[in-house]
Design a protein around this ligand. Structure first.
Ligand SMILES: Cc1cc2nc3c(=O)[nH]c(=O)nc-3n(C[C@H](O)[C@H](O)[C@H](O)COP(=O)(O)OP(=O)(O)OC[C@H]3O[C@@H](n4cnc5c(N)ncnc54)[C@H](O)[C@@H]3O)c2cc1C
Length: 371
């Protein structure tokens, strides 16, 4: 059996990024997914590339570096990187939300993140399809933000990794890791075992159940969210928009992607397809209030995606406690962070380096909290 340098389990944005980085570094890579790469959470994500509400500062910096990693990939892979620039817009209504937004814009600008208020006339010129309510005088603009066609990037990363010799296996669920004396010896998957010097687990929302049989507890919860995709509106939207009660962005198919924070909990509890249809119709109605062209479109798809959510909401990336050659990445905001985390962990695993920026995000912090 061929001996690989690294086995990567799970090919969403995180695992596909790691596979690309490792293959690019010259490693012999085997990369496995239980289903079709990119059809997990990464395929049902709002996919806003940003570091706007990421606290504390170390987490903000990590996400800002994640955005830079996307720009690098876009230079390397061109349009296949699925990277859409243009910034994002946000406004608030009501005293407390307005105060919070002002404070946040000032804090972000103070950290060097492109964040500023624009007068509403300027916003109307940038986004003629939007109606900003009359009582909103200023709109926050985050010029470096964007959105990602994540399935497209995942396909491009795996194609580029394959060209460099990576053995990419889809519909190959990994059933177990065979461990001997703190080392993973083989990865046992449907369709054949794989032998590798190191193993990187990138199974997203399945992290906890995947690692539990090894006696390892990495606390990653599952937080569902609803997204509705529309048919193309008569007037296009150019960038990501966060308005009170609705967020929307352009989609790769020419339509819009809609979501709202307060709709996620009822969507998670929905017991029938018709309840989800009603919630999607609610998103459409709200979107129509800020973008009149939405009134002429239909919902063509609505899906519930499951966010991998670490217990303290921050990235988990590093060697798995108790194992010498196995590593894990599990994170929310994985669309923003995937290419960066994949590259950093590939570096650490293959090159034996330790990246200081990851120090606050190691899996050990949960073990330490239990002591
Ligand atoms: C509604 C919603 C909105 C979001 N909005 C944003 C946003 O605006 N910006 C942002 O950055 N992030 C956002 N996120 C979060 C982001 O989408 C996720 O953090 C990211 O997609 C996680 O990527 P992943 O590669 O870790 O997981 P996934 O994409 O789920 O990939 C994991 C893969 O592991 C595979 N797998 C599982 N078990 C096994 C096994 N036993 N063997 C082999 N393979 C296995 C699965 O098949 C899957 O393909 C959002 C998420 C949701 C649901």
């Amino acid at each position: 059996m061929k001996h690989h340098d690294i086995a990567i389990v799970g090919l969403g944005i995180v695992g596909a990024s790691a596979a690309y980085a490792a293959a690019r570094a010259g490693a012999r890579v085997v990369a496995l997914d239980a289903g079709v790469a990119g059809e997990g959470t990464s395929g049902t994500s709002f996919a806003w590339l940003n570091s706007v509400r990421k606290e504390p500062e170390a987490y903000h910096r990590l996400n800002a570096n994640g955005m830079a990693a996307h720009r690098e990939l876009a230079r390397e892979l061109g349009a296949a990187a699925g990277h859409h620039e243009g910034g994002s817009l946000e406004w608030a209504t009501g005293d407390e939300p307005e105060r919070e937004l002002s404070a946040r814009v000032a804090r972000l600008a103070g950290r060097g993140y492109p964040a500023a208020f624009l007068p509403r006339e300027r916003v109307s010129a940038m986004e003629p399809a939007l109606i900003v309510p009359d009582d909103v005088r200023e709109v926050a603009f985050y010029a470096a933000d964007g959105w990602l066609d994540a399935p497209r990037l995942i396909r491009a990363l795996l194609a580029a990794a394959s060209v460099r010799g990576a053995d990419v296996r889809e519909r190959a669920p990994v059933r177990s890791l065979r461990v001997r004396e703190r080392r993973v010896q083989t990865v046992v998957a449907d369709g054949g075992e794989a032998i590798a010097g190191s193993v990187l687990i990138c199974v997203g929302a399945s992290t906890h159940e995947f690692l539990s049989p090894l006696g390892v507890s990495i606390p990653v919860g599952r937080v569902p969210g609803l997204l509705a995709v529309t048919s193309p509106p008569a007037q296009a939207l150019r960038r990501v928009v966060h308005a009170p009660g609705i967020h929307l962005r352009p989609d790769a198919g020419g339509g819009l992607v809609l979501g709202a924070d307060d709709v996620d909990a009822p969507a998670a509890e929905a017991r029938s397809a018709s309840t989800l249809d009603e919630l999607a119709a609610l998103l459409l109605e709200r979107a129509g209030c800020v973008m009149p062209a939405v009134r002429g479109v239909k919902v063509v798809d609505r899906r519930v995606g499951v966010r991998p959510m670490p217990a303290d909401r921050h990235t988990i990336a590093g060697r798995i406690p108790g194992l010498d050659n196995a590593w894990v990445i599990a994170t929310h905001s994985g669309v923003t962070l995937g290419p960066l985390l994949g590259r950093l962990l590939s570096d650490e695993i293959l090159g034996g380096v330790s990246h200081a920026t990851l120090a606050p995000f190691r899996p050990e912090r949960f073990a330490a909290a239990r002591d």
